[in-house]
Design a protein around this ligand. Structure first.
Ligand SMILES: *Cc1c(COP(=O)(O)O)cnc(C)c1O
Length: 370
């Protein structure tokens, strides 16, 4: 079965091998050397002033960013489940939350953010997804961050890049926190989250908030190539292997370029067989299709064609399906996925099979035929 859900993503053989050794003690020079190398790679990936690795799923990093950077009122953007989560985190910690809510296919506008800031001068942090995985939507985070900093540079910009870091180049000039998670674009099992931090964020963090998720404690330790609490040693070893694989495969810029071509090829292939792309501004991490037969297509993909794609949640349950494009994906696997979608449409009697999806995918991917 091909795993093509936008998280978890498949873990490649070399990474699984790297993680199969005996468990290493975390307070040893050996592990510190691994951690130091991993940090170097992460700085290259995040391009932020500092990076911090936490043993938690992505939500742990979201919570840690909110509690350490927001002292009064959070402005959160809810165009899907993950944006909604930021608001829930804020209120769980007794912070005020102002929410801008849109349908899951609709990106927030810069104007809406600017207006919210004008209406509520207590807002001291903004939390937003770069790629909102609930609908595969790209928010204009860099433009928003720039506009916000022009109004008040003290407002902290928390960007959830869990399905964006490792997918596309992100301009971090005006971003204070950039969050990644292991089981999405980083092609690892779940359990690690990573925060890239600006110097301004570090200043705002001060002595930090919380205990396990106190970023000040972690920054101090991680600058010495160790962690405040027991490190997720095995996953860290896996992370280093992934980051080395990306480098061996031509580097992060090549991965971004490949992912962009793949995103275009998948979208074009599926549009060519009459399908509709759900988000108004699609993220490169996944292609989301809304369709009256979404549930049937997804079931056929699994039972007849050995492809596992994600469905929708909440009000989009049974109405969309989401195909992953993140990571080091082989062309032949991706080509099979779009081909399998076309075969499913034929099985449903929607359109006769003629190989259009596969043809368009290959023409774009390999730059031939046109
Ligand atoms: C997966 C995901 C998360 C975090 O989820 P966890 O299950 O806690 O790892 C957060 N934001 C986005 C955009 C995601 O895709």
């Amino acid at each position: 079965m091909l795993l093509f859900t936008p998280g978890p993503t498949p873990v490649s053989q070399n990474v699984r091998n790297a993680m199969s050794d005996e468990t290493m003690h975390h307070r040893t020079p050996e592990f510190e050397a691994i951690f130091e190398k991993t940090r170097k790679h992460l700085f290259n990936l995040f391009k932020t002033d500092e990076v911090v690795v936490i043993a938690s799923s992505g939500t742990g990093a979201m919570e840690s960013a909110v509690i350490n950077l927001c002292k009064n009122t959070l402005l959160s953007v809810n165009s899907g489940k993950f944006g909604e989560r930021f608001g829930k985190i804020a209120t769980a910690h007794g912070l005020k939350n102002v929410e801008i809510k849109n349908e899951w296919n609709t990106p927030v506008s810069v104007e809406a953010i600017v207006n919210a800031l004008k209406e509520n001068t207590n807002i001291d942090a903004i939390a937003i997804q770069i790629s909102e995985s609930a609908g595969g939507l790209r928010h204009p985070v860099e433009e928003i961050a720039k506009a916000v900093k022009a109004i008040n540079p003290k407002i902290m910009i928390i960007a959830d890049g869990i399905t964006a870091v490792g997918v596309e180049a992100i301009d971090v000039t005006n971003i204070d926190v950039l969050i990644a998670g292991s089981q999405k674009a980083l092609m690892l099992p779940p359990g690690l989250s990573i925060l890239g931090l600006s110097n301004a964020a570090i200043e705002t963090i001060g002595s930090g908030k919380g205990y396990y998720l106190n970023l000040s404690t972690e920054i101090k330790k991680q600058r010495q190539n160790t962690t405040a609490w027991t490190a997720a040693t095995t996953l860290t070893i896996g992370l280093l292997e992934v980051l080395k694989s990306i480098e061996a495969d031509g580097g992060i810029e090549k991965l971004y370029a490949d992912t962009a071509v793949r995103a275009n090829a998948v979208q074009s292939a599926l549009k060519a067989i009459g399908l509709h792309v759900y988000p108004q501004t699609p993220a490169k991490s996944m292609t989301t299709i809304d369709d009256e037969n979404a549930a049937e297509i997804r079931a056929l993909l699994k039972t007849d064609f050995d492809v596992n794609v994600a469905g929708g949640q909440d009000h989009l349950k049974g109405k969309i399906f989401r195909i992953n494009q993140m990571g080091l994906i082989s062309h032949y696997e991706m080509a099979w996925v779009v081909n399998a979608v076309e075969l499913s449409l034929a099985k449903l009697g929607r359109r006769p099979y003629d190989g259009t999806a596969n043809k368009i995918f290959n023409e774009i991917t390999f730059g031939i035929g046109k």
